[in-house]
Design a binder for this molecule. Structure first.
Ligand code: MG
Length: 376
């Protein structure tokens, strides 16, 4: 069994479901790994993409990592990962970690299809079934500022989340003046009115002083959490914010290695009894890198329930389900056609399950399936 072909294309994506709203030039990489294994009369192909927010990784994938993977031909995800990482020095992660994570996603999709299992079942077999439920707690993520009619459109978007069955949601702050952001939070809280059902994500936009001012202004809003407040490597700034904000803080999304996770834990002032860890499995060199982070922080006293991986797509859902994590993000309408659950699937009692078909189940999202197949 071998990988016989690797293809990549960098495609535009948008934070908005409405194509009329400018997308800001964001991209992601889509990849297809064709194997020589035949299942149900067809060659098994594994699909992956670069998760969201860090742009496409076409150069690194095409010039560096895909050739190593094809030369090794390794179909086992852990052996394929080792082949991609051969000769790479520790540190200086840049975004090569995203390029590796993109191909890693496709390796797992192929491996689960070859095993004829949904990915979460394969992962339980490989990494120990902890007996946790298949369905995981989720929240609907979105709420990016609209260039026009922001409050009305924000409220509509959150109503749709609520009416679809989401019990928790997250909206963005940090790009508008603080009073306007506070107003956005109030608008969102009219729909997600239960305490601790609404989170806000500042997308690492604040300078240290503004981060503390914002945290203090949000203290009484009974938020589920306050996410990504300052520069991800400004651990001193993070710890100052944490000291000024008693409710839950969420951090870790833009950190990509176990060594960085350890620094956040050591210097960020985070509290094991309430704070949330957002590391994105795709951005952290894929599942092998993500497992290193989980194991490192578990050994330092963190519970798996603190991990709510960033992503908002089916791969993160499988990982959260299999590893028994606290929950995960879902992008019901942002980043089409990559985000959300299987077509026509909705959460039940605030939880969602990965598709039951073999692999990650991207084939259960018609528009995404079409896009992936266009690579072949
Ligand atoms: Mg974030």
């Amino acid at each position: 069994m071998r990988i016989v072909d690797v293809r990549e294309r960098t495609v535009e994506i948008s934070r908005y479901s409405d194509p009329a709203v400018p997308s800001g030039g964001l991209t992601t990489s889509i990849v297809a790994l064709t194997t020589d294994v035949v299942r149900h009369g067809r060659s098994v192909v594994g699909f992956g993409f670069s998760s969201f927010g860090r742009f496409g990784q076409g150069g690194l994938i095409r010039e560096r990592f895909a050739p190593r993977l094809t030369a090794a031909g390794e179909i086992d995800p852990l052996k394929g990962w080792a082949a991609m990482m051969k000769g790479e020095k520790p540190g200086g992660h840049g975004e090569r970690c995203v390029a590796v994570g993109t191909l890693d996603m496709a390796l797992w999709d192929a491996a689960a299809k070859i095993a004829d299992l949904p990915l979460q079942t394969l992962l339980r077999q490989r990494f120990g079934d902890r007996g946790n439920a298949v369905a995981v707690p989720v929240y609907a993520s979105g709420g990016y500022p609209y260039p026009a009619d922001d409050f009305a459109r924000l409220k509509d978007e959150l109503r749709r989340f609520h009416d679809t069955g989401y019990l928790r949601a997250k909206v963005k702050i940090g790009t508008l003046p603080l009073p306007r952001d506070i107003e956005r939070v109030s608008v969102a809280a009219e729909v997600f009115a239960v305490p601790q059902s609404l989170a806000v994500d500042a997308m690492n936009s604040y300078a240290p002083e503004a981060a503390v001012t914002t945290a203090k202004a949000l203290r009484l809003h009974q938020l589920m959490w306050l996410e990504d407040v300052c520069d991800p490597l400004d651990f001193e700034g993070q710890s100052t914010v944490t000291a000024a904000y008693e409710p839950p803080i969420a951090a870790g999304e833009p950190l990509f290695s176990a060594a960085e996770a350890k620094l956040l834990d050591r210097h960020g002032g985070l509290r094991r009894d309430r704070d949330i860890l957002l590391f994105d499995p795709v951005h952290c060199y894929g599942l092998p890198g993500y497992l290193q982070i989980v194991e490192t922080l578990e050994a330092r006293g963190w519970k798996r329930s603190a991990f709510w991986p960033h992503g908002g797509h089916l791969f993160s859902l499988h990982v959260a389900s299999a590893l028994g994590l606290g929950g995960t993000e879902v992008n019901p309408s942002s980043f089409p056609p990559f985000g959300g659950l299987a077509d026509n699937d909705t959460p039940s009692e605030g939880c969602a399950s990965p598709p039951e078909r073999p692999g990650i189940g991207f084939e259960s999202q018609q528009a995404l399936d079409r896009l992936f197949r266009s690579l072949l």
